[in-house]
Design a protein around this ligand. Structure first.
Ligand code: NDP
Length: 252
């Protein structure tokens, strides 16, 4: 059964007045989620490392007549915690209150046995997929706490819930994401205004899926924009009671 109640549909103003930051907003699921949030009234902060592609998403949102978004250029291989805190300080200086934080950006890394995985690839995958999530959330927590009911959405994967050969550091990073979600959810408890859940998108027709499954016809899987209501629901006040849950966007 889906976690989105039967018949629930985001109204055109579902996220009006909310500010949502999406990482990896320049393509794939992140781009679709960012566009959909903007189309439902949110001011979206587009975070990524590809400035030109982020600018295209920005233009698309403006052309649609949605609230003007913001662009946050950041390469998540950045290990220096002070860059994350300066970003939070800059947003705070601009009086930004964060109602939603979608940790979407990830890298697949090497699809090979752990014994053959290079330490460089291991470190990059763990940095982008997990450590950057920790650094960014840690820095942004005051801005999330300032919102009435902020929602953090972590992006998981099937291989972050059941390990599979040759998924290496990627699978391990997604298990870590689930662990991080549980620890953070327990710390925030039932009293904090901030809630956190993890969401496994399932198979989606994106660059990452096509790289992971080169022999699969791409149209086997839904396009990202067919699934964005799951993210909208998690970011909307309709899901306020959902906290500390490992959720799935599709039936497995
Ligand atoms: P894509 O590969 O299409 O997009 C990945 C996004 O992450 C891109 O925007 C990419 O930006 C960004 N990113 C990667 N590295 C960095 C970095 N160092 N700094 C900033 N941004 C970075 O993947 P999907 O859209 O398919 O995946 C989105 C999420 O969903 C991921 O967390 C993935 O693990 C998860 N997922 C996807 C599934 C699928 O079938 N598609 C299945 C299960 C989980 P850039 O263009 O600059 O590389």
């Amino acid at each position: 059964m889906s976690f989105v109640p039967d018949g629930w549909q985001a109204s055109s103003s579902e996220l009006a007045g909310k500010t949502v930051l999406v990482t990896g907003a320049n393509r794939g699921i992140g781009e679709a989620v960012a566009l959909s949030c903007a189309q439902h009234g949110a001011e979206v902060l587009l975070l990524g490392r590809d400035d030109a592609k982020l600018a295209q998403v920005y233009d698309q949102i403006v052309d649609l007549g949605c609230p003007k978004p913001g662009i946050i250029p950041l390469d998540l291989t950045t290990r220096d915690p002070s860059l994350y805190t300066s970003l939070a300080d800059e947003l705070s200086g601009a009086n930004v209150v964060l109602d939603g934080l979608v940790h979407n950006a990830s890298v697949l890394g090497e699809r090979r046995a752990l014994a053959q995985t290079s330490p460089e690839s291991w470190n990059e995958v763990l940095q982008v997929n997990m450590t950057a999530v920790f650094l960014l959330t840690r820095a942004l927590m005051p801005l999330l706490g300032a919102a009435t009911a902020a929602s953090i959405v972590l992006t998981s994967s099937g291989v972050g819930r059941k390990g599979k050969a040759y998924w290496g550091a990627y699978a391990v990073s997604k298990f870590a994401t689930e662990g991080y979600m549980q620890v953070l959810a327990d710390e925030l408890g039932a009293t904090s205004s901030v809630r956190v859940n993890s969401l496994n998108p399932g198979a989606v027709n994106t660059g990452m899926r096509r790289t992971a499954y080169p022999g699969e016809p791409p149209d086997t899987n839904p396009m990202p924009d067919a699934l964005t209501d799951r993210w909208l629901y998690l970011l909307s006040d309709a899901s306020r009671k959902l906290h500390g849950q490992a959720l799935s966007a599709q039936k497995s």
